[in-house]
Every structure is written in C-alpha cells, then in structure tokens.
Design a protein around this ligand. Structure first.
Ligand code: KE4
Length: 431
C-alpha cells in the first residue's frame, strides 16, 4: 500500500504531539510500521490519508460495534446537535441513557457518567475505598483498567505492548496499596484474601480479559472472586469498559451470570463519543457526591451529543438476534484464521467471546499474562504487516483484542480469511 501521506503526517504530528499520537498504542511501535492516519470510515471500512481502503477490526478499540456512521446514530447525533452541544447542566438524555443501562444490567441500580474508561475505574476504586473504609486493591497481571496511578501495575494493553513495567511518576506510596495476581489463579486470590482480606477494598477484574490479547475466565474464576469478596467485605468491580454490550447484551456479567458490586462501562455505551460510566446498587452509589461524601466530578460528563450516540447505539443492540448473528460471524472468522495458520504450519491459539476475538502466535493454551507472553511477537508483527498490505486493519499489538461489527458482511469475513491464508503461507515459508 502507498502510505506516503500518512508518513508525512506522522512526521508533522511528532513536532506537536508526544510520539505523534494521542494514545501510545496508536504509534504502532511494536509492529514496526509508521501509523496510518485515518481520513474517514463507514460501515466496516476505514480509509487512510492516501485513500487506501481497509476492513476494520479495531473499531476504535471496541466502541464501533455497529460499524462506522450507522445511520440511526448519525441521525440522533445531528438532531441533538440542533439543540446545542454542552450545557454543564442536567439533560433528559442523561436520564434516558442511565435508564437504558440500569434496565439492561440487573446489578446496576444507579450509574454515574464520566468521559473515559479510566475515569470510570478510577472513580469506582475511590468509591470502593470510601464505602469499605479499606485501602488495598487487587487487580490481575495483564489486565488494563486505564491509566490511573493505582492501576498502572503489571497492566496490559499499551503498557504490555511498550514493555513499560509500571510507569515513572507513579509513586511507590500509591502502588503499595495495589496487589497484582495472575489472572485465573483462584488459589492466589484465596491466599491473599485470607491474609489481607480485612484491608482489601476491592478486587477489580476484566471479566473477559482483552488487554493481554483476549483471555476468557477459567471455569469458576469469576464465581470465586464473587465468593471471596463477599466473604471478606470487599467489593467486586467488573471492568466492562470493553466487554460491556460487546460479549453479550449487558456484558460479561450477563454471560457468566455473576453480579459484581460495581460495574465500569465505556466504549460501546458512547457509540464512538467519549463516554465512561460506573454504577452499582443504590446502597453503594448513594455515597457519591453530591448525596454522599465520595467526591467525583466532570465538566463534560453526560454530554448531550455523547449521550445521543450511546442511546442510539444501545437501541440497535436490542434488536432480536443481533448478538447471535454477530457471534456466528466471529466464529466463522476465527475458524478461518485458525485453519489458515494450521495449513501454513504456524502454531496459533484463536478464541472469541461474542464478537471480541483473540489470536495468539503460540501453540500453548493462553490462560494468563505469562502464557500470552510466550507468543512469538516477530510472527505477530509479520502477520500484522502482511494483513495491512492486503487491506485488513488489525490492532497493532499481540496484546490487544479484535472486534467484529454488525457492518462486517459475509464477503468481508471471507475476504479476511482469504488474506490470512495468503499471509500465513508467506510467513510459514519465511520463518
Ligand atoms: P480509556 O480511559 O482508554 O477510555 O479506557 C481505559 C480502559 C479501561 N478498561 C478496559 C478494559 C480497557 O480496555 C480500557 C482501554 N482499552 C484500550 C485498548 N485495549 C484503549 C486503547 C488505547 O489505550 O488507546
């Protein structure tokens, strides 16, 4: 693909923006390509500054479950825009989205809108500490919950991709309250809870991990977290920023029938606009200012345009058969990618949870971050570059998930499998 314009734009961007990007993983450092600058997108297609067309499996890192520019979403946004952009005052749209979300997830009685997943998890942690009057937080290696200080410990996503162990600037005095355990290790959780449960404010988990690649919870893992937190008076927080309305209508807590005390949401509930949210039972949420003492605020929280995008998106997801059809498409894609690798003699592990998928370049089962780190990153990079050359736009990191949207047609899935067959064959010959 000719990408001269993107290369020029990247050079310009680096004069004004750290790394030339507004989020590290976009720099594509780990796969050794100059990042494409995107000009537009529609449906499942995305177009770069040189006019090249790609089938998009990043979907803005999850929000675009309907594909880009779904007509109903665009219509709702433009109608709302006619009335203004931001008031810093309550609007009926905020009630509408809050009601939709609390109706969709039984554990949600009240929900507070914020502007990102990071804000959602940061606020949920503060609330858990304020409600339980305990300080410590348990998270899991390879899980990423945004870049709040407390949670930048053994994180996944960009941290894993860039190999940043934690981050400079995060004081030891903060992270000493955070314990990171191996994902899916029930015994490790039970041991720490037995020793420190009295001071554990919460356990926060991605119920299906998406930031070390896609890793499902082991049978009984989520149930054990629920039991251990209840037993020790700690809160269970499901970070469903990625899985919320992705792996099922509502999210992983519906799929696995486990009710956390607090749920963090983002991505899909904003339909591509900056939205995060956290919520739970009234008894807990009523501790949030202005009713309660735990402070949290945001100038643009509940922004009307963002609420409109979220309302229109969630409305579409209610359509009968939406998830069944999306899961079938994703299953077909995963089987095709696996077959392509097998035919080329390349060891991969492929799996999906709904339309959230993972492809690991390892023959091992991947149940935690250590397993994920056995992947051949060189093979992944060759695969990424080969697929990009064939017009397939994947997440530029082995430690990310892929996303299928309702806008991906059977032809798009077929074309992607065909591209993978050719790329895997090439890699198989040269590695
Ligand atoms: P944001 O602050 O980036 O909106 O959300 C943070 C976050 C929280 N929880 C989960 C489970 C997440 O996946 C994320 C953000 N996801 C990454 C992609 N793995 C965003 C991409 C990026 O960092 O640019």
């Amino acid at each position: 693909m000719k990408t001269q314009k993107s290369i020029e734009l990247f050079e310009q961007a680096q004069n004004f923006i750290p790394g030339g990007v507004n989020s590290p993983v976009r720099a594509c450092k780990s796969v050794g390509v100059s990042p494409l600058f995107i000009e537009r997108a529609i449906g499942c297609k995305i177009y770069d500054a040189d006019g090249n067309e790609y089938i998009d499996y990043v979907g803005s890192w999850g929000p675009m479950i309907l594909g880009h520019l779904h007509p109903d979403v665009v219509k709702k946004i433009t109608q709302t825009l006619d009335n203004g952009m931001s008031f810093g005052a309550p609007t009926e749209l905020e009630i509408e989205l809050a009601e939709m979300l609390t109706e969709s997830i039984s554990g949600l009685e009240k929900i507070r809108m914020v502007n990102s997943g990071t804000e959602a998890t940061m606020s949920a942690i503060r609330l858990a500490r304020g409600f339980t009057k305990k300080e410590m937080v348990i998270k899991f290696d390879g899980c990423y919950h945004g870049h709040a200080d407390t949670l930048l410990v053994q994180a996944g996503s960009g941290i894993a991709t860039l190999g940043i162990p934690g981050s400079p600037g995060v004081p030891e005095s903060i992270v000493k309250h955070t314990i990171s355990l191996p994902f899916n290790d029930i015994e490790a959780v039970k041991k720490v809870m037995a020793e420190k449960g009295g001071n554990i404010a919460c356990i926060i988990v991605e119920p299906v991990a998406g930031n070390m690649g896609m890793v499902k919870p082991a049978p009984g893992f989520l149930k054990a977290l629920r039991e251990e937190t209840t037993k020790h008076g700690s809160l269970l927080i499901f970070d469903e920023v990625m899985t919320g309305f992705r792996v099922a209508f509502g999210g992983a807590q519906v799929l696995y029938d486990i009710e956390p005390d607090l749920t963090c949401l983002g991505k899909i509930i904003g339909g591509g606009m900056p939205v995060g949210a956290y919520g739970g039972k009234k008894e807990i949420m009523d501790n949030i200012a202005p009713d309660g003492p735990v402070y949290q605020a945001g100038t643009l929280s509940g922004n009307p345009i963002a609420m409109a995008a979220g309302i229109a998106t969630i409305s579409q997801l209610k359509q009968p058969g939406f998830y069944e059809e999306l899961d079938k498409k994703t299953e077909k894609l995963c089987n095709g990618l696996k077959q392509a690798a097998d035919n080329a003699g390349i060891k991969v592990t492929v799996d999906h949870a709904g339309s959230m998928m993972g492809l690991f370049f390892t023959g091992n089962d991947v149940n935690n971050f250590d397993d994920a780190k056995t992947c051949d990153l060189g093979l992944f990079s060759a695969y990424y570059r080969g697929m990009l050359d064939k017009g397939i736009y994947l997440a530029p990191s082995q430690f990310e998930a892929g996303f299928v949207s309702s806008a991906h047609s059977e032809d798009d899935i077929e074309a992607t499998i065909k591209a993978a067959e050719s790329v895997m064959e090439e890699i198989g010959r040269s590695h």
